[in-house]
Design a protein around this ligand. Structure first.
Ligand SMILES: [Zn+2]
Ligand SMILES: [Zn+2]
Length: 783
């Protein structure tokens, strides 16, 4: 990132000399640095003197070039605060700010406050948070170039208007040129002014020589980057049902009163949540305010985006496929205040809207809202804070709210969670029924040896009937590849990745054994790599194995497989969904990417091939995830007048999560799950911090994790019983990409005390060079 800036604007060889200026007006800039500069372990800001010539220009939220360290190497930092020079410390010698890198503030005061909060809450350096908030394309000014522009100084106007000598020398043509330039909202280049004033370069040059027109260098966007798509036709006004009206009026009330409030909108699949979001945003837009809508990346489809684009004049879409230049352009558009609605994935929560009036998070329970690299923030919690700072409402929407969101709503606020208002939409729109769910006991099927493949009798029969009725089918199998395990009966073990503690998956098209964790691959083995036994077995079902089975069972049906292997390349998802929407494809099978958000009225059958894929993971949220996945995929059917049915195949037909999902009964699920979490002391009844230590040297990793745990246990707040400590123990994925991993779990009802303890202990720790560690506050990934 940095070299590019330097190559464009090389700093002068020498830093300006230390100068004692006007003492009264002296200012201090508080500067923080990106993690790459400080190694990520410098939590506080450094003080720099603002030289007199920069005092008028410097603002918080701009980047500065400052000398750092003993060698005074110039480094890019972020100015996060400006303070007057304290009279108390006149003898302190500060290094001066060398120059400013941004013409405009990248962050306003509210965003700086949010940045500080994230750094504090998620225990990471503020510089690292800033790097996450500001896209790389914005930091590198991607898609812009330095241009020489012309402008008229403010005081020149007076000189022309008064009848003094200087006016007389101007010809009408020259006056016209000056007028054109003055009326332009932005400074113009030579060519632009020639075009606008319909003149040649000569009279402009004369005006420059006379001192009426000045030049300066400024950054401008290159033309030709993509712009938001045009708004499509507005559909007819949408009639809300009673549930939607009731819920909307509560939200509108908060918007009208400009009140910060968090709403948990619990609406069953197909209850019309998006229409509520849209009409709430219309209220906001009416008041000349703006909104952010966050959706999981996987749901950021043309169908979703189109619903917003058809109702609002200017919608900016932020997705992960944008180039740096596109992202920078979008960011500038948003910052200029021209955009009404920003629709995007996780990081769109940082969109720099100047008049934010509402934040919506759809599918609030999705794990993808948690970032899995530093800063490990959860967009839901950041949104809560941003809405609080802005004093605006926040809507968290889901058919299956996370237990964290649920437990903070209604009468049962758990622990220290911030409270929210529960709004329920228990019915589908147009009085459509939720589909009936049948459970197939796979133990029985296996015992009776009725089927050889993955599709059992009942599901086969249902697919057959649905195809006859010209309905469409969605089949979920949340495991990609062909065989999910390569097993040696002689040594009794599954064949694992040499770099990870993960079983290899057989991919038949390429005849490889692939690690889904690190992408390591080897030719599919014919004999056991360990004991050379040749009777190696390929077991378990992935989507690649399901596809030929479906094709051979239903040779006349058109089948499409959607998983990360088949959906390579930009636009692959859109093409697949449009084929399904048009009816060209009858059976859509795939991993969880087909489970969510899709709204196709002709889907009359959903089959879950194996409901247990996530049920037995060593994660306290395994049941919750299973419940979410089955409920969400079941919700894809019954959206048309012909109704729908769901068949769930499982080895655990008595599991509470599966039984509750079969009844679409969220309340039943939480009534069983919450008391269990409470008695075991898991979130949402406590705050959790997970520390993961890794090293290529297993003994060193263990040793350091033990030291870390000892220090935590010996900390003063531990003595007061502020938290419970578990571990260190090998992480469930004990080895990843050749690194051995150990983790420590800390749980406490007092989140702040726990954070402070981890902060003070970790700051005092000396980390050996062969060790890396992370702190994950409110972890979602437990593996
Ligand atoms: Zn073997
Ligand atoms: Zn691996």
């Amino acid at each position: 990132m940095q070299p590019k800036l330097f190559s464009e604007e090389p700093p002068p060889p020498q830093l300006p000399p230390w100068e004692i200026d006007d003492l009264k007006n002296r200012k201090i800039a508080k500067v923080v640095f990106p993690a790459a500069v400080t190694g990520g372990r410098m939590p506080t800001a450094l003080d720099y003197l603002v030289p007199n010539h920069l005092v008028a220009q410097i603002e918080t939220g701009v980047r500065v070039l400052v000398p750092l360290g003993k060698g005074n190497r110039p480094q890019i930092g972020y100015c996060i605060d400006i303070q007057p020079w304290g009279i108390a410390q006149p003898n302190v010698k500060l290094k001066p700010v060398h120059s400013l890198l941004d013409e405009r503030r990248l962050l306003d005061d509210k965003m700086i406050e949010l940045t500080r909060w994230i750094a504090h809450y998620y225990l990471c350096p503020i510089g690292q948070v800033l790097e996450a908030i500001l896209p790389a394309g914005v930091r590198s000014h991607a898609g812009t170039r330095l241009t020489t522009v012309l402008y008229v100084a403010d005081n020149e106007d007076g000189r022309r208007q008064t009848a003094d000598g200087s006016r007389k020398i101007l010809t009408p043509k020259q006056l016209h040129i000056l007028d054109t330039l003055q009326k332009s909202p932005e400074p113009l280049t030579m060519q632009e002014l020639q075009r606008a004033a319909k003149c040649s370069a000569a009279p402009i040059n004369t005006l420059k020589q006379l001192g009426f027109v000045h030049t300066k260098t400024m950054r401008r966007q290159r033309a030709g980057d993509c712009v938001p798509g045009p708004a499509t036709q507005s559909p007819a006004p949408y009639q809300l049902n009673a549930d939607q009206r009731r819920v909307l009026s509560e939200i509108v009330d908060a918007i009208q009163q400009r009140r910060h409030e968090t709403f948990l909108l619990h609406g069953v699949t197909g209850s019309g949540k998006t229409e509520v979001y849209i009409q709430a945003i219309q209220e906001v837009v009416k008041r000349k305010k703006q909104a952010i809508v966050l959706v999981p990346e996987i749901s950021l489809t043309p169908q979703t985006v189109g619903r917003f684009q058809s109702r609002f004049a200017s919608v900016a879409v932020l997705h992960s496929h944008l180039t740096d230049a596109e992202r920078h352009r979008q960011w500038s558009n948003i910052a200029s205040g021209d955009v009404q609605v920003v629709v995007g994935a996780r990081s769109a929560i940082f969109a720099p809207l100047p008049r934010l009036g509402l934040i919506v998070i759809d599918e609030e329970h999705e794990n993808s809202f948690k970032q899995n690299s530093t800063p490990r923030y959860h967009a839901r919690e950041v949104a809560r804070k941003r809405a609080e700072i802005e004093g605006i409402p926040l809507i968290l929407g889901s058919a299956t709210p996370s237990l964290e969101a649920w437990a903070s709503s209604g009468d049962t606020v758990a622990g220290s969670l911030p409270p929210s208002v529960l709004l329920s939409m228990p019915h589908r729109v147009k009085n459509l029924q939720l589909p009936s769910v049948e459970i197939v006991d796979l133990r029985e099927e296996v015992r009776l040896r009725t089927t050889r493949g993955a599709i059992h009798r009942q599901l086969h029969q249902a697919i057959h009937e649905t195809l006859l009725a010209k309905g469409q089918i969605i089949l979920l199998l949340n495991h990609r590849g062909f065989s999910t395990q390569i097993h040696c009966p002689a040594c009794g073990e599954a064949i694992k990745c040499p770099h990870c503690d993960v079983s290899l998956t057989h991919h038949k098209a390429e005849e490889i054994a692939l690690c889904h964790h690190c992408e390591y691959q080897m030719p599919a083995p014919r004999e056991c790599p360990k004991c050379r036994f040749v009777g190696i077995r390929y077991i378990g079902f992935g989507t690649q194995k399901l596809e030929p089975e479906i094709k051979s069972r239903f040779p006349n049906a058109t089948v499409l497989r959607m998983d990360t292997d088949s959906m390579q390349g930009h636009g692959a998802h859109e093409r697949a969904f449009s084929q399904f929407r048009s009816g060209e494809v009858q059976i859509l099978l795939g991993t969880q990417m087909i489970a969510k958000g899709l709204d196709f009225p002709n889907v009359m059958l959903v089959g879950v091939i194996n409901a247990d894929t996530a049920l037995h993971l060593p994660d306290f949220r395994a049941a919750e995830r299973t419940f979410h996945l089955i409920t969400q995929v079941a919700g894809r059917t019954g959206r048309g007048e012909r109704g729908g049915r769901v068949i769930v195949q499982t080895f655990c037909p008595d599991h509470a999560a599966i039984l509750a999902a079969a009844k679409h009964d969220y309340n039943q699920f939480v009534q069983q799950e919450l008391p269990m979490r409470k008695s075991l002391g898991y979130p949402p009844y406590c705050r959790m911090i997970r520390i993961v230590v890794r090293s290529e040297n297993e003994a060193k990793a263990r040793e350091f994790a033990e030291l870390f745990a000892e220090r935590l246990a010996a900390a003063p707040c531990a003595a007061q019983g502020a938290f419970t400590l578990l571990g260190p123990a090998p992480a469930p994925i004990a080895k990843s990409r050749d690194y051995y991993r150990f983790h420590i779990q800390l749980r406490s009802e007092q989140g702040d005390a726990l954070r402070e303890c981890v902060r003070s202990v970790s700051l005092a720790l000396k980390t050996p060079p062969e060790i890396q560690w992370i702190v994950d506050v409110d972890p979602v990934d437990m593996l």
